[in-house]
Design a protein around this ligand. Structure first.
Ligand SMILES: Nc1ncnc2c1ncn2[C@@H]1O[C@H](COP(=O)(O)OP(=O)(O)OP(=O)(O)O)[C@@H](O)[C@H]1O
Length: 308
C-alpha cells in the first residue's frame, strides 16, 4: 500500500541528507513502527508521505501510495491524499484543535466540502462514537477545554479517520498523555485496526510501545535504516549495535530506581557530513572500515559486523 523507495531528503543549508536512502513499506492492515532517537528523521518521513516537506527541501527517490507517485501530486490531489489516503494523528491534541472551535465543527470541516454540512455533522457524531467517546451528541457541541487530554486525542483520531484513509500516520500519538491514558489510546488504535483494516505507520522513540502494537519495525538513525524486521524477532535478537543499545537503554517496569544507562554520545546533527556508518562514533564494535563507507542494508541489517 505504501512504498517508500530509496528516499532522500536534504534540507536547505545542511551538510547531509536528513533522510538518506530510506526504503520502507506498509501493507494493508499492517502496523509498522519507525523507531529511533530524536532527530533521526522519523517525523520528516511522515511529512514526506503527506507531501508536507519544509520549503526548499530537495528530494530524490519515490513515495508511492497505492501506486500513485506522492511527490508528483498537485496541491488539490494532495489535499485529497491527506484525507483519504494517508491521514496524520498528531502528537499533541491541544495543539491540533483550535481552542475556539466546537468539536463538531472541527470534524465537520474536514468533510463538509465533499458531503455537505448536514451529512458532515451526522458523520462527526458517528466518528466520535467510533473512537469510543461516551456521549457523541454532547461532545460535538463542546469546546476542547471541556475534554481531557485522552478524550481530545480520540477526537484527533476521529479527525484522521474522517475520510476513511487507507493509512494512518501516528507520530508519537501518546507522548503527551499519562500512562493510563496512553494504554487506552494504544488499545483503541489496535481495535480500530481490527475493525477498519487501516494500515498504520507508528512513529515513536519508545521501543516498548512499538513492541506493543507493531507487526514490523524499522530502526532509524541519522536518516538511515539501521535494522528492520518482525517486531518479535528484532526485540528477541537485535543484530545492529544501535538496536542493541536502544533496547539496553529502555527502562522496564520492575527496574524502578535503576535506570539503564543511555547510549553514550549523541546522534550527529545535519551540519556535519558523516562518512561511513553514522553510528560508528558511538558504536562499541566500530572498526576502521566502518567510517569508510556506509554499510548497505543486507538481510534487514546495515552493519559490517552483522554481515560478516
Ligand atoms: N522544518 C525544518 N527545518 C529545518 N530542519 C528540520 C526541519 N524539520 C526537521 N528538521 C531537522 O531534520 C532532522 C530530522 O528531524 P525529525 O523531526 O524528522 O526527527 P525525529 O526522528 O522525528 O525526531 P523527534 O522525535 O525529535 O521528532 C533533525 O535534525 C531536525 O532538526
Amino acid at each position: 500500500m505504501l512504498e517508500i523507495d530509496d528516499l532522500s531528503v536534504r534540507l536547505p543549508r545542511t551538510a547531509r541528507p536528513a533522510i538518506d536512502g530510506l526504503s520502507l513499506t506498509v501493507a494493508e492492515n499492517e502496523t509498522v513502527g519507525l523507531v529511533g532517537e530524536s532527530g533521526s528523521g522519523k517525523s520528516l518521513t511522515a511529512r514526506a508521505v503527506l507531501g508536507l516537506l519544509p520549503k526548499g527541501a530537495l528530494t530524490s527517490g519515490e513515495i508511492r501510495m497505492d501506486g500513485a507517485d506522492v511527490l508528483a501530486l498537485s496541491p488539490a490531489e494532495l489535499r485529497r491524499h491527506r484525507t483519504h489516503a494517508a491521514a496524520m494523528i498528531y502528537q499533541d491534541p491541544r495543539a491540533a484543535i483550535s481552542p475556539f472551535r466546537r468539536i463538531g465543527d472541527f470534524l465537520a470541516e474536514i468533510l463538509r466540502e465533499e458531503t455537505g454540512a448536514r451529512a458532515a455533522r451526522a458523520r462527526a457524531v458517528e466518528l466520535l462514537g467510533l473512537v469510543g467517546l461516551p456521549d457523541p451528541e454532547r461532545h460535538v457541541r463542546q469546546h476542547p477545554h471541556e475534554l481531557s487530554g485522552g478524550m481530545l486525542q480520540r477526537v484527533v483520531i476521529a479527525a484522521a479517520l474522517a475520510g476513511e484513509p487507507r493509512l494512518l500516520l501516528a507520530d508519537e500519538p501518546t507522548t503527551a498523555l499519562d500512562v493510563t491514558t496512553q494504554a487506552e489510546i494504544i488499545r483503541l488504535l489496535r481495535d480500530l485496526r481490527a475493525r477498519t483494516r487501516t494500515g498504520m505507520l507508528f512513529i515513536t522513540h519508545d521501543l516498548e510501545l512499538a513492541a506493543m502494537i507493531c507487526d514490523r519495525v524499522y530502526v532509524m538513525y541519522a536518516g538511515r535504516v539501521m535494522e528492520t524486521g518482525p517486531t518479535r524477532r528484532l526485540f528477541a535478537g537485535p543484530r545492529h549495535p544501535y538496536t542493541t543499545g536502544l533496547l539496553a537503554a529502555t527502562p522496564r517496569v520492575g527496574d524502578l530506581g535503576t535506570l539503564p544507562p543511555p547510549i553514550p554520545g549523541r546522534p550527529p546533527d545535519l551540519l556535519s557530513a558523516v562518512p561511513g556508518c553514522p553510528f560508528a562514533p558511538r558504536c562499541p564494535h566500530a572498526m576502521d572500515s566502518c567510517t569508510a563507507a556506509a554499510p548497505l542494508l543486507v538481510d534487514g541489517v546495515a552493519c559490517v559486523k552483522a554481515e560478516a
